[in-house]
Design a protein around this ligand. Structure first.
Ligand SMILES: *Cc1c(COP(=O)(O)O)cnc(C)c1O
Length: 379
């Protein structure tokens, strides 16, 4: 099946009892058994739900993995991966990543004796040097949030393989349409499904996708034992979102490119972070591992004083000032005070995330309207 057909049909079949073309929302907590232990493959909805199963099948297909597991949020999916570890284990991870992942690692799991090493994963030799006999996991995010740095997934995965270390890639920013880390050697792909996969800013959900059967069993055991599962209505909404992922992503990417170039040519903008620029430091790797460059970008104004930044953030009319990304509508965000406020300021600035940085999630509106809106707000 070619990509566009996959997004429409992957994982779903007409409901066998009625012929309903759309997977029904199985709003049930339990399933009747004809005798103790005799059931139709479903016992209790924390363990199995048919709407969720259809979604998990679809996610596996579009991410080019064998198995998928759905979670109640992106951070719940990340949490499940860290639960594979035990005290004394070490994790190598990026120094530029989603603030909530950083918070989960440093504020929740560090106190259970798991050690996290934050470094620049764009430099594969730094990653290799940081490996010890206790290293069990390399956690990557590419492109990163919010600086759009690119890590070479294949290079890191081949180092990890030599040492028997798992690699998990947070693929939220790219979506399965732009990048498939499993095909590049990653063991697990994590998604905040909340973003491009759901696509309409109406669901919180997460997912893990993997090839290995025993890794799937371990993670399924964690999913079932810890219970961070999504409800069937949310699974239905995500199944619906996936059907238009490819079409939405095509427009997201077109608009993203137009706006990245518009901002770069604007006299009142000093810097634009977008991996599609030929002079982006990792443009070649982005080109190699991604189908296109996405619709997330960040920029800094020439006048990046707190007053002017705040004035800009309150002046757009189409771009809504909000956390989150990947929906059909365009959003603007101030990482330092919003999505990345949980990262200490010195840490943030050291890694290049300045107070004046503004992040955009470019939606699928008319690009000319979006550019006019930005131009008016820049003033
Ligand atoms: C939003 C986000 C998460 C967390 O996902 P939730 O669905 O909000 O729990 C993780 N990683 C990235 C890159 C994100 O953008």
């Amino acid at each position: 099946m070619r990509d566009a057909t996959k997004y429409i049909h992957a994982g779903v079949e007409p409901d066998p009892s009625t012929g309903a073309i759309m997977t029904p929302i199985f709003q049930t907590s339990t399933y009747v058994q004809s005798a103790p232990g005799k059931n139709k493959g479903y016992e209790y909805a924390r363990s199995q739900n048919p709407t969720r199963s259809a979604l998990e099948r679809a996610l596996a297909v579009i991410e080019q993995g064998k198995h998928a597991l759905s979670f109640s949020s992106g951070v719940a999916a990340t949490d499940a991966v860290i639960k594979l570890l035990k005290p004394g284990d070490e994790v190598i991870t990026a120094n530029d990543m989603y603030g909530g992942t950083y918070r989960l690692f440093t504020k929740i799991y560090a106190k259970f004796g798991i050690q996290f090493h934050f470094l620049n994963t764009q430099d594969a030799s730094l990653v290799e040097k940081a490996i010890t006999k206790n290293t069990k996991l390399i956690w990557l995010e590419t492109p990163t949030n919010p600086l759009m740095n690119i890590t070479d997934i294949q290079a890191i995965a081949s180092i990890a393989k030599k040492h028997g270390i798992l690699v998990c890639v947070d693929n939220t920013f790219a979506s399965p349409y732009l990048q498939n880390p499993i095909t590049l050697g990653a063991d697990i792909v994590m998604h905040s499904v909340t973003k491009y996969l759901a696509g309409h800013s109406d669901v919180i959900q997460g997912a893990l996708i993997m090839n290995d059967d025993s890794l799937r069993e371990e993670l399924y055991f964690i999913q079932k034992s810890c219970g961070a599962i999504p409800g069937p209505q949310d699974c239905f909404l995500v199944l619906r979102g996936i059907k238009t992922l490819h079409v939405r992503m095509q427009r997201h990417c077109e608009n993203g490119e137009k706006i990245a170039r518009f901002l770069r040519n604007h006299s009142k903008v000093s810097k634009v972070f977008w991996p599609g620029f030929e002079d982006h430091p990792n443009h070649d790797i982005a080109k190699k591992q991604m189908k296109a460059f996405g619709s997330m970008l960040s920029f800094e104004l020439v006048d990046d004083s707190p007053e002017n930044t705040t004035r800009f953030l309150s002046s757009t009319s189409i771009f809504a000032l909000a956390e989150s990304l990947g929906g059909v509508e365009s959003l603007v965000n101030h990482p330092a005070s919003m999505t990345h406020a949980s990262i200490p300021r010195e840490e943030r600035i050291k890694n290049g995330l300045r107070d004046g940085l503004i992040r955009l999630s470019i939606g699928i509106e008319d690009a000319d309207d979006l550019m006019e809106d930005l131009n008016n707000a820049i003033g």
